[in-house]
Design a protein around this ligand. Structure first.
Ligand code: ZN
Length: 349
C-alpha cells in the first residue's frame, strides 16, 4: 500500500519583496515529532502518512533568496518579521539591501558542493552543470529575465541533500542578519563571511553578560546539527575518495553548533529548546560536546544541570521524547558521574 502524501505546499508572499514563495507544511495530524540524541526534531508519519522530509524545512524566496527554517515562515503567525511595525519595516529594508549577500551565500555553498551535485544530478538524470558557479552567476546577472523561474525550479521539492544544505546555509545567513539587526552589530551585510565572523565575535566578547532572550542562537545551532545529518546521508552517494572534505566539514559544523549552543546558554535563552527541556536540554547538549572534546570537568558540570532538571521537573511528564531524554541523561550519569558514595570511606565503627 502506498503511503499517503503528507506534504502540503502553501503559496505565500515573500516578507521582503512580496514575490510568491512556497512554504512546505505537513498535513494536519499527519506527523509526530521525534527528537534524536542531539535534540534535532524529525517528523514521523502517523498512520499511513509519509514522513515529512527535513530537506524541505527551509522556505526560500526564488526572487530575493530570503530564507527561513521557521515552520510557518510567511504564513499565519509569521506574516511579519516582528509585531513591531517600525522594526518590521526596518528589517524589510535591511533585507532588500542585502540580496547580493544572499546570492553570495547560495553560490558559495553550491560551489563547495559541486562534486556532490554532479553525482546527485547524474543519479536523477538532471543536467550536471545546472548548479555550478558559472550558471548561477549568469542567471543572477540576468535574473530579471529568468532568475525567478530558475530559482523556483532549483529550490522546489524534491530537494536533494546538496540543495537542502544550501537552503540551510541561507537560513543561517538570514538568522545572523536578524541577530545583527537586533544587537546592532556592525558588519558588511553583503559579505556572508563577514556577517558570520562579526556575529561570533560579538557573542564571544559579551557572553555571560548578555542575558537577553535570543532564540536565533539555538536555531542556528540546531541548523548545523541537522546539516551534519544531511552530510551523513549524502555521503552514502559519494565515492570514498571524495569523502574526506565532507568529514572535515562535519567537524567544522560540530564546532559551530557547539559555539552557538554556548551562546544560547550564556544568554539564558531557553524558549527555543524543544519540549520545555529548558536548561536541562541545553545542559545535556553542552555535556555531549564537552565529553567529545575530552573536557570532562565541564561535561560533568553541565550534566549535573541536566540531571537536576530531569529529576525535579521532568519525572512527572510522560511523552516518549521526554522519556528518551531522561534515559539519555541517566546513561550519561552512569558513564560520567561516580556512583554516589564512591571514594568516601565508610566511617569507622
Ligand atoms: Zn523575496
Amino acid at each position: 500500500m502506498p503511503k499517503r502524501q503528507s506534504l502540503w505546499k502553501r503559496e505565500t508572499q515573500c516578507l521582503v519583496c512580496e514575490h510568491k514563495m512556497n512554504n512546505y507544511q505537513a498535513m494536519a495530524k499527519s506527523q509526530s515529532i521525534e527528537y534524536d540524541k542531539w535534540l534535532v526534531g524529525h517528523s514521523r508519519g502517523l498512520g499511513d502518512y509519509d514522513d515529512y522530509p527535513s530537506t524541505l524545512k527551509t522556505t526560500v524566496c526564488p526572487n530575493c533568496l530570503m530564507a527561513s527554517n521557521e515552520y510557518s515562515f510567511g504564513v499565519d503567525n509569521y506574516k511579519y518579521f516582528t509585531r513591531n511595525m517600525r522594526k518590521n519595516g526596518e528589517l524589510v529594508e535591511m533585507f532588500k539591501e542585502t540580496e547580493q549577500g544572499r546570492f553570495k551565500a547560495l553560490a558559495r555553498e553550491f560551489a563547495s558542493l559541486e562534486d556532490a551535485c554532479a553525482i546527485l544530478d547524474l543519479e536523477k538524470g538532471k543536467p550536471a552543470n545546472m548548479r555550478c558557479r558559472a550558471t548561477l552567476e549568469k542567471v543572477w546577472r540576468e535574473r530579471d529575465k529568468y532568475g525567478e523561474r530558475f530559482f523556483t525550479m532549483l529550490l522546489s521539492e524534491p530537494r536533494d541533500y546538496a540543495t537542502a544544505l544550501v537552503c540551510f546555509a541561507l537560513d543561517r545567513h538570514c538568522q545572523m542578519l536578524r541577530l545583527g539587526y537586533e544587537k546592532d552589530i556592525q558588519y558588511d551585510a553583503n559579505n556572508p563571511e563577514d556577517v558570520h565572523q562579526k556575529v561570533k565575535e560579538f557573542f564571544e566578547g559579551t557572553r555571560l553578560e548578555m542575558k537577553s532572550a535570543e532564540t536565533r542562537l539555538f536555531y542556528i545551532a540546531t541548523n548545523y546539527q541537522q546539516c551534519i545529518q544531511f552530510i551523513d546521508e549524502m555521503l552514502e552517494h559519494i565515492p570514498p575518495q571524495n569523502r574526506e572534505k565532507y568529514e572535515e566539514r562535519k567537524k567544522l559544523y560540530a564546532r559551530e553548533a557547539f559555539d552557538f549552543y554556548r551562546y544560547s546558554y550564556a544568554n539564558e535563552d531557553m524558549t527555543a529548546i524543544p519540549l520545555e527541556f529548558k536548561e536541562g536540554g541545553i545542559g545535556y547538549l553542552l555535556c555531549l560536546f564537552y565529553r567529545e572534546r575530552g573536557e570532562m570537568e565541564e561535561a560533568t558540570r553541565y550534566l549535573r544541570i541536566a540531571k537536576r532538571y530531569a529529576d525535579n521537573t521532568l519525572k512527572k511528564i510522560s511523552t516518549t521524547n521526554q522519556q528518551n531524554f531522561i534515559n539519555w541523561v541517566d546513561d550519561l550519569c552512569k558513564e560520567l558521574l561516580a556512583p554516589e558514595g564512591e571514594g568516601v570511606q565508610p566511617a569507622q565503627a
